[in-house]
Design a binder for this molecule. Sequence first.
Ligand SMILES: Nc1ncnc2c1ncn2[C@@H]1O[C@H](COP(=O)(O)OP(=O)(O)OP(=O)(O)O)[C@@H](O)[C@H]1O
Length: 355
Amino acid sequence: MAISREAVLAVLKKVIDPVAGGNIVASGVMRALNVDETGEVRFVLEVPPRHAGSYGAVKDEAEAALQALPGVVRVSVVMTGHSEKAPPELRNTRKAEPAGPERIPGIARIIAIASGKGGVGKSTLAANLACALAQQGRRVGLLDADVYGPSQPRMLGVSGRPASPDGKTILPMRNHGVTMMSIGLMTNEDQAVVWRGPMLMGALQQMLMQVQWGALDILLVDLPPGTGDVQMTLCQKTVVDGAIIVSTPQDVALLDARKGIDMFRQLRVPILGMIENMSTHICSRCGHEEHVFGHGGVAAEAAKLGVPLLAEVPLDLQIRIASDGGAPVTVSQPDSTQAQAFRDLASALLAREVA
Ligand SMILES: Nc1ncnc2c1ncn2[C@@H]1O[C@H](COP(=O)(O)OP(=O)(O)OP(=O)(O)O)[C@@H](O)[C@H]1O
């Protein structure tokens, strides 16, 4: 019978830390827990050297309690006074497997919001979709990975540097029911950052793995435009459950969107659909409808490529004012027709069980 990590932790949480108080999991002396499928449980008790004597009994108690747990075959506990190196017997002796895409613990689904071209409204749509999904009861995260123009802090009205109480993990920000982290919060707003490939990959990995996202039903990733290192790294390192491609109806934007779709297909990421943004403009004074960038181009392209058209969002002054002011229209004017477009998009994704 395979033993679960949760069952092991439940047992360890009953073992009292005689020095720090509380249990040994909460106090942090129990580290590097490894529960493998053969029923072997290994961990380190990292204790202050001067209190080593007090932990002998703790080690015995933890070992005995775990041995009594059905499914546990072997328990090995190593006591150490420092944590620089894992003791030799704890090293994984199995050969490293090629690192394929992994799931991030606690995050049920990842959806990438992408565009071939910059400025087509990808961030605006990501912010509104995140808020609309949160309003419909989903636990939503939004990762702003647009290294060339991170705009989510402005769109979600968040500022300041994220805290890192332990110097290792990063606490995300939260507003409008959305848990958010942006590369823009890690750099000075006015500072132009020249990102090179390895730096980009490092920053993305850090934001995916070191941010304490908590339990999320869905993490939306607002990607930079185009088909570069960030897109590749995201899809190669993590399991991306789907991509949404945003485009305006213009030919040039569509051409780039097609390249984006090709890339995701090559990376085996399902295309959930396309969104036509700035689809049509309705004059706020006279109600006259104009097709500033043409209309219907994305619908035609989506049909040609065999992917669903998820939404057509108008070019609308309220949408711009709201997102540039820190409260997307879904939040600031929830009863408006503009907000309804995003709610319908969220509902459609929920109905298809992709969000
Ligand atoms: N439907 C819309 N109606 C009105 N304004 C919009 C709409 N969509 C986006 N905008 C505005 O257009 C500008 C660019 O949008 P946004 O930053 O979302 O684009 P982007 O594709 O994420 O750009 P980049 O790739 O450069 O980050 C913003 O000022 C935004 O408020």
